[in-house]
Ligand binder design. Structure first.
Ligand SMILES: CC(C)(COP(=O)(O)OP(=O)(O)OC[C@H]1O[C@@H](n2cnc3c(N)ncnc32)[C@H](O)[C@@H]1OP(=O)(O)O)[C@@H](O)C(=O)NCCC(=O)NCCS
Length: 155
C-alpha cells in the first residue's frame, strides 16, 4: 500500500537509498530535510511488513521534480515503481503542476527504460551533472493540472 511518509520513516527510506544506489544516494540528513520540507512529498510502499519502495518529490512552482524513486531489489518488476510514479503524477496535478521532471544517469539503462515506458521524454543532456562526473539525461512528462488546483481550470 502506498502511503505518505513521515519523519518516522527516515531509517527505512535511508535503508532503501543504501540498497538501491551506489554513488548517487542521498545522505541521511538530506533525506531528513526532504521529509520535513513543506514543498516536498515523500510516498512509501508499505505492505505492513516493511517499506519496499520510496519516491521523493519536490514541488518547484509548476514543476514536480522526482528527487529519487527506488524499489528494494527483491520487490522489483512488480510494478511498485510504476505505482509510485503514477501517484507522483496525481500529486503533481493536484498541486497545479504542468510537468513532472527528473534527471537520470545516462548509464542507468534500466531506469531509462522504466521512465520511457511511462511516457517520459528526454529533453537534454546535463554533462557532468553528478559530483563524480557522470552525465545525466533530463526527462519530463507533461501533466494536466487538476480542476481547482492552483493553475488548473476553475469553475
Ligand atoms: C528503476 C526502478 C525504480 C524500477 O522499479 P520497479 O518497481 O522494478 O518498476 P516496475 O516494476 O514498475 O517496472 C515497470 C516497467 O519498467 C521497465 N523496467 C523496470 N526496470 C527495468 C530494468 N531494470 N530494465 C529494463 N526495463 C525495466 C519494464 O518495462 C517494467 O515492466 P515489466 O516488468 O512488465 O517488463 C528500480 O529498478 C530501482 O529502484 N532501481 C534502482 C534505483 C534507481 O535507479 N532509481 C531511478 C533513478 S533516480
Amino acid at each position: 500500500m502506498l502511503r505518505r511518509a513521515t519523519p518516522a520513516d527516515l531509517e527505512a527510506i535511508y535503508r532503501i537509498e543504501i540498497a538501491c544506489f551506489k554513488e548517487r544516494r542521498f545522505r541521511r540528513d538530506h533525506v531528513d530535510w526532504i521529509l520535513r520540507n513543506e514543498r516536498a512529498v515523500t510516498l512509501v510502499e508499505d505492505d505492513g511488513q516493511g517499506v519496499a519502495g520510496a519516491i521523493m518529490l519536490l514541488m518547484e512552482g509548476q514543476v514536480c521534480r522526482v528527487l529519487s524513486v527506488a524499489t528494494m531489489p527483491e520487490h522489483r518488476r512488480k510494478h511498485l515503481g510504476t505505482e509510485m510514479m503514477k501517484a507522483a503524477e496525481d500529486e503533481a496535478r493536484r498541486r497545479g503542476c504542468a510537468q513532472v521532471r527528473l534527471e537520470v544517469s545516462t548509464r542507468n539503462y534500466g531506469a531509462i527504460e522504466f521512465y520511457r515506458g511511462l511516457g517520459y521524454k528526454t529533453d537534454g543532456v546535463l554533462y557532468g551533472y553528478y559530483s563524480w562526473g557522470e552525465d545525466a539525461y533530463s526527462m519530463l512528462r507533461s501533466v494536466t493540472p487538476a480542476e481547482g488546483s492552483p493553475s488548473g481550470p476553475h469553475r
